[in-house]
Design a binder for this molecule. Structure first.
Ligand code: NAP
Length: 261
């Protein structure tokens, strides 16, 4: 039985993850954490009224025998949460996006020192993991690329962690290139999107969307578009489940679900 604590349990992803843990006979939900919550027990939450699980709101008062920490919180909280987990020998499975490269590197170092396994996955969806792999393959032949990520309008960080990861993976194989016309100007600032090593990333925010990404490649006389859609948050849970099952087997912190597949 793998004992799990879920941080951000009152949010969209955190509550879906808590339900996944509850529904899995091999997992036990032993705690939930939300710095801005007030409940003492998960059963005070209508969705989980039959669950007797302690709820925490302050890392200083958090005690748990969990071996896995699932984190779907906010960019400003996740780094401190992950540090806390690693220092207490709990393997973090982090879905929260928006950490800086420096924060990720510091957590990887801490995981090695503590000899605790962990995973940061900008996207737990299999379709997104495959999209990133296919995009990397295509970028060897098509150095001109635009990434368009589309999310619900409550999303805080932009561009999405998946879009940044896609750009990084493409940059590993792509000939460095400043795309477009060097004399191009923007009549409205931001019209050409964010710049990552000459590639452009565009972030769309609209009600009704969940999480979607298109990678468009263009070459002389031809084009290729790769697209993935996460229509429901349940789609991320297969990946979270795999991570919870496997993460304790390692003594380092990986970035990207593909490392555990
Ligand atoms: P959300 O609904 O806003 O949930 C975030 C939750 O974290 C809220 O309940 C929030 O409480 C809580 N929170 C705020 N500060 C906290 C703290 N210091 N400690 C613990 N919890 C805290 O957002 P969401 O849509 O679930 O997304 C959560 C994160 O997951 C985002 O970073 C998103 O990009 C990411 N995400 C990742 C994947 C993936 O596959 N990796 C997929 C989807 C989303 P309040 O409401 O009181 O602020």
């Amino acid at each position: 039985m793998i004992k799990v604590i879920v941080a951000g349990y009152q949010g969209r992803m955190g509550s879906t993850a808590a339900q996944m843990v509850i529904d899995n006979p091999d997992f036990e939900l032993v705690g939930v954490y939300d710095a801005r919550g007030t409940d003492q027990n998960l059963n005070e939450n209508n969705q989980f009224s039959d669950q007797d699980v302690p709820a925490f709101h302050d890392l200083k008062q958090l005690t748990t025998d969990a071996t896995v920490w699932i984190d779907f919180t906010v960019p400003t909280a996740v780094y401190e949460n992950a540090q806390f987990a690693l220092k207490h020998g709990i393997s973090p499975v982090i879905g929260t996006t928006g950490m800086t490269d420096e924060q990720v590197a510091a957590l990887q170092k801490l995981a090695k020192v503590q000899q605790v396994g962990g995973l940061i996955a900008p996207n737990f969806g299999i379709s997104a993991v495959l999209l990133m792999q296919f995009a990397q393959q295509a970028a060897k032949y098509f150095p001109d690329v635009e990434i368009i990520e589309m999310h619900h309008d409550d999303k805080i960080d932009s561009p999405s962690g998946t879009a940044i990861s896609t750009a990084k993976k493409i940059a590993e194989v792509r000939q460095p290139k400043e795309q477009g016309n060097p004399d191009a100007t923007e009549t409205l600032p931001g019209a050409r999107g964010a710049d990552y090593e000459g590639m452009r990333i565009h972030a769309v925010r609209l009600p009704g969307l969940v999480a979607h990404e298109e990678v468009m490649f263009g070459g002389p006389g031809e084009g290729l578009t790769i697209r993935q859609d996460s229509f429901d948050r349940i789609s991320f849970m297969t990946g979270v489940k795999v991570a919870v099952e496997k993460v304790n087997q390692y003594q380092e912190l990986f970035v990207g679900l593909e490392h555990l597949l």
